[in-house]
Design a protein around this ligand. Structure first.
Ligand code: C5P
Length: 318
């Protein structure tokens, strides 16, 4: 029986701009995504049966069909029925280190790991592009999780252009354990409050009004700061439109963000739909110092913090 142990890294959003509605009901986005060292471990053991069994000790992680790791396995059986018939299912164990409902793509990276793991177990030899096409069927962040690193993401978040690696930078992450934010809620609320300013959805066959905004994402200021590896400028250019709806609804997150800002890191921003907030710094020493400052300023047992380094690759064999 074959078995693989995979590292499944989390991501943060260095930039998240909502540029309009899409005909499929999602939002058209212009983002810069960054993989980080904070990672789950996903272990797949071929079990020679026609079943997939999911195990995870974390109380908030479902182990049924609603888990993206499970959905990834089902997708693979549908796409590759002959391989499933020949090699069978697997026991999938998720060792959870990435906080849940945090805006860090924890569920997405588990789904990405199962795609990579079954590709290996079933000997399919899929390319990264083929894996990313499958990943897009599971969720908007899953294609990024396959390749990781630093990338511009447009469309729903699934159209990726890799950028030079920033893996010498560090982030201090902070999240209240008891808080989580629904991504669907954050986008819906944003649409209710700011949807009036979206450009109109294009009729089939015509060029969408969002196209120039999307193209601008590739030549944005933060992209040039990344090309120049200018940490201070990247820090000043961090942006997340979803802060406009999440921070007013979650005053604790706003206070956390303001506290982190007070210690003058290169920049502070909420990741994805939150509620994780991260601060950007240039070395591990600075990151550890900042972590102690945050813990001293907010001595709340519900507050969790992590020091993590930017990471170059995506899903990897452990
Ligand atoms: O794709 P994923 O399942 O991760 O998205 C979760 C939710 O976030 C979607 O149901 C949708 O409400 C919202 N979303 C969106 N536009 C995107 C990505 C996500 O509206 N580009």
């Amino acid at each position: 029986m074959r078995s693989y142990s995979l590292i499944a890294p989390a991501k943060i959003n260095l930039h998240l701009k909502i540029i309009g509605d899409r005909p499929d009901g999602y939002h058209e986005l212009a983002m810069v995504l960054q993989g980080i060292d904070l990672a789950d471990r996903v272990i797949l053991n071929a079990n020679g049966t026609d079943q997939f069994r999911l195990h995870c000790d974390h109380p908030e992680v479902p182990t049924d069909q609603s888990n993206l790791a499970y959905k990834a396995a089902v997708l693979m059986t549908q796409e590759f029925p002959d391989a499933f018939e020949q090699y069978g299912g697997a026991n999938i164990t998720i060792d959870k280190y990435i906080p849940v409902g945090a805006g860090l793509a924890g569920g997405s990276t588990n789904g990405a790991a199962v795609l990579v793991g079954l590709d290996l177990i079933w000997g399919l030899g899929l390319t990264q592009g083929e894996l990313q096409d499958l990943a897009a069927k599971l969720g908007s962040d899953v294609p990024f999780c396959i390749a990781g690193g630093t990338a511009i993401a447009t469309g729903r978040g699934e159209q990726l252009s890799p950028l030079p690696s920033l893996d010498s930078l560090y982030a201090v992450l902070a999240k209240y354990r008891s808080l989580s934010v629904s991504t669907a809620w954050a986008y819906q609320t944003y649409r209710q409050q700011f949807g009036d300013s979206y450009p109109p959805i294009a009729a089939t066959g015509s060029v969408p009004a969002t196209t120039p905004l999307k193209q601008r994402a590739h030549a944005g200021e933060i992209v040039s700061a990344i090309m120049q590896h200018d940490g201070a400028r990247i820090g000043r250019l961090l942006h997340n439109d979803l802060e406009k709806v999440v921070l007013p609804a979650y005053p604790q997150v706003l206070q956390l963000r303001e506290t982190m800002q007070q210690f003058n890191p290169l920049g502070v921003m909420m990741s994805g739909s939150g509620p994780t907030v991260f601060a950007l710094v240039e070395s591990q020493k600075e990151a550890e110092h900042l972590q102690r400052q945050i813990q001293a300023a907010l001595p709340d047992p519900d507050l969790q913090t992590w020091v993590t380094r930017f990471r170059a690759g995506g899903i990897q064999i452990a």
